[in-house]
Design a protein around this ligand. Structure first.
Ligand code: ADP
Ligand code: MG
Length: 262
């Protein structure tokens, strides 16, 4: 579903991604861990062209994400969830979810907020998946932070994406709410067969929810394994990485997750 090869991306004299190789299978729930500034957000942003990578190869949901001219189609297939849920506070919950359908409608219909009946049914189904259907007509700003992020998840689902990229989706929530929101994200993605790549800074959540964990340090992949393989040595590798200029040892066979076909 995602195939990344030798991907690099820098800003002026700051090399942010230094040659990332990664393959993600359809339906996998992958968590990316790494210190602030490691390049996690940049990697996600390259995948849906919020940022343009410099070199390498990047196939996402059947699209060459570096070269495609049809960014709209890429973003239909690849939904994004952000830390600050990006919902429109004064709109109803249902309308916020329906904005996930805008990538499928023409400009005039979008401007007039004309939604098809089947889109409304789909939006309600997505709200049901995050157990917020009863809030469909409420103003979104009457919801709690955790509920708003569930609206963000429902909106992403309403896009009918192949891939969801979640950039620290629970960073601003208390631990209990964060846990609940991760549950909704994982269960919905799993039941719909959606591939998820999720940046997190909470190691415990990564271990609980990730099928697979990727560690990024200074723009390099320094860990790729199952949650039970994320031991102290691996965490040191991810969080206490040497100075960015020093070459890191390659990921070893013991840290790489053995997976068929990857
Ligand atoms: N738009 C940008 N312009 C310049 N530098 C950026 C931009 N976005 C990110 N960076 C830099 O790239 C590095 C990695 O950032 P980021 O991908 O946000 O890391 P993370 O998400 O792991 O915290 C940081 O040094 C950051 O300052
Ligand atoms: Mg980030």
């Amino acid at each position: 579903m995602i195939r990344i090869q030798r991907l690099t991306k820098g800003y002026v004299d700051n090399p942010v991604l230094r040659g990332i190789d990664l393959q993600v299978q359809a339906g996998e729930f992958v968590v990316i861990l790494g210190r602030s500034g490691a390049g996690k957000s940049t990697l996600l942003r390259c995948m849906n062209r919020l940022a343009q990578a410099d070199a390498g190869q990047l196939q996402v949901a059947g699209i060459d994400a570096m070269a495609t001219r049809d960014v709209r189609e890429l973003r239909r297939r690849v939904a994004m969830i952000f830390q600050h849920h990006n919902v429109v506070p004064r709109l109803s919950v249902l309308k916020n979810v329906l904005t996930g359908r805008l990538g499928y409608s023409n400009t005039l219909a979008s401007l007039l907020q004309l939604f098809r009946r089947e889109d409304v049914a789909l939006a309600r189904d997505c709200l049901r998946r995050v157990e917020l259907e009863h809030k469909a007509l409420a103003r979104t700003d009457s919801l709690s932070g955790g509920q708003m992020q569930r609206v963000g998840i429902a909106r992403a689902l309403a896009q009918r994406p192949k891939v969801i990229l979640a950039d620290e989706p629970v960073a601003s929530l208390d631990p209990k709410t964060a846990h609940l929101v991760m549950h909704y994200l994982r269960d919905a993605a799993r039941s719909l067969g959606i591939t998820v790549v999720c940046n997190l800074h909470q190691v415990d959540l990564a271990k609980e929810f990730g099928d697979r964990i990727i560690g990024l340090a200074s723009g390099r992949l320094v860990f790729d394994g199952r949650p039970d393989q994320l031991d102290d040595i691996a965490l040191q590798r991810i969080y206490d990485n040497p100075a960015a200029s020093e070459p890191l040892p390659p990921v070893t066979a013991s840290t790489r997750c053995a997976r068929a076909g990857a």
